[in-house]
Design a protein around this ligand. Sequence first.
Ligand code: NI
Length: 188
Amino acid sequence: MAVHVILRMGDPRLMQVAAPVVDFATPELNRLIEDMFETMRAAGGCGLAAPQIGVSLRVVVFGLPNGSTRSGCDFLPDTVLINPTLEPLGPETAIDWEACLSVPGLRGKVRRPNRIRLRAHDHQGRTIEREVSGFEARVIQHECDHLDGRLYPSRIEDWNWFGFGAELEQRLTSNEAVGAAAQGCAGE
Ligand code: NI
């Protein structure tokens, strides 16, 4: 396994539409997934998309270790999504903090559909289909944006709530500050 350099906003490789995975359960794909988890953990993130390490494939990993607390979520099992597609379920949206390992130090409030239907494949090509809501739905939407060359700042609606973590925290109530202080918030 290897920890990779995470590309930062401005690198053109973060703006590309990634290609679908065609062959599953190959040594190359397994190594990519292992490296992505390793890189995500080394950076203290809870999600990572392959384009963030310069691999233009539609692969996403995420997971939140037991006992973490981010936006009210304290655990997400390690998950691999390959060739994911998302469909909003209903008109309900939610606004919450996001951060991104490719946009270090910054965070912002982003509005997203609160419930989505997720369809994807796992690393062996098995079909995943489920409904997801709340924090997990936000993480998945953030990561899937990476596969289409999109970073969360392009979704900011209120620029008063986009900036560096320390500066934002000074303006927040204590409750909000806890969420914002959690390294990375949703996404990454
Ligand atoms: Ni990100």
